[in-house]
Design a protein around this ligand. Structure first.
Ligand SMILES: Nc1ncnc2c1ncn2[C@@H]1O[C@H](COP(=O)(O)OP(=O)(O)OP(=O)(O)O)[C@@H](O)[C@H]1O
Ligand SMILES: Nc1nc2c(c(=O)[nH]1)N=C(CO)CN2
Length: 171
């Protein structure tokens, strides 16, 4: 079983419901064991800023799926939850990014692991540190160090709530 961290985000209502549904769908996959969810964070849109605030969270899971099969699984969950891709970095019901897959470094046409944007995104690093403490490194630098290096406004990432309880019935 491989240790995987996923980043989740939504900025179309009902945001918390989309995050909860996405994690329930992940937990229902036969080859996925849900280990831990971070709290929910209310975050200001990064990149294209003229859009609604996001709710972000990070999930830690174990899986026997290969990286490419895991990507297929998360893309299917995004599409089942009504995700429509029309604008880069635009509003979305649910976005699921594969952040880490064990210590794998991998690059193909449609998948880069670790996710290349982690170190620039406080809305990923803060929930990631909550679930992983200081276990994860990018380019030999700990995730906590990346957060310390980031110049970001603390008001842009606020604790919102605990992650809702998940019904993790397998099929
Ligand atoms: N680590 C990864 N996790 C998820 N998707 C990835 C990853 N690396 C590459 N991708 C590719 O990115 C595509 C997702 O693009 P998407 O439309 O979600 O981008 P975005 O969410 O707007 O931007 P970002 O990827 O910077 O969060 C997927 O179809 C997938 O092929
Ligand atoms: N706060 C926040 N901003 C974003 C997010 C996100 O999840 N949270 N996702 C983006 C595209 O992946 C672009 N901007």
């Amino acid at each position: 079983m491989k240790s995987v961290y996923l980043g989740l985000g939504s900025n179309i209502e009902p945001k918390v419901e989309y995050l909860k549904k996405a994690v329930e769908k992940l937990a229902a996959e036969p080859e996925i064991i849900l280990e831990k969810t971070s709290s929910l964070y209310l975050t200001k849109a990064y990149g294209y800023q003229d859009q609604a605030d996001f709710i972000n969270a990070v999930v830690y899971l174990k899986t026997s799926l290969t990286p490419e099969k895991l990507l297929k699984t998360v893309l299917k969950i995004e599409s089942d939850l009504g995700r429509v891709r029309n604008q880069k970095w635009g509003p979305r019901t649910i976005d699921i990014d594969i952040l880490f897959y064990n210590k794998l470094e991998y690059q193909s046409q449609d998948l880069i692991i670790p996710h290349p944007e982690i170190k620039k995104r406080a809305f990923v690093l803060i929930p990631l540190i909550e679930v992983a403490a200081d276990k994860l490194f990018i380019e030999d630098v700990s995730i906590k160090k990346w957060l310390q290096k980031l110049d970001y406004d603390q008001d842009e990432i606020k604790f919102y709530d605990e992650f809702p309880n998940i019904n993790s019935n397998k099929k």
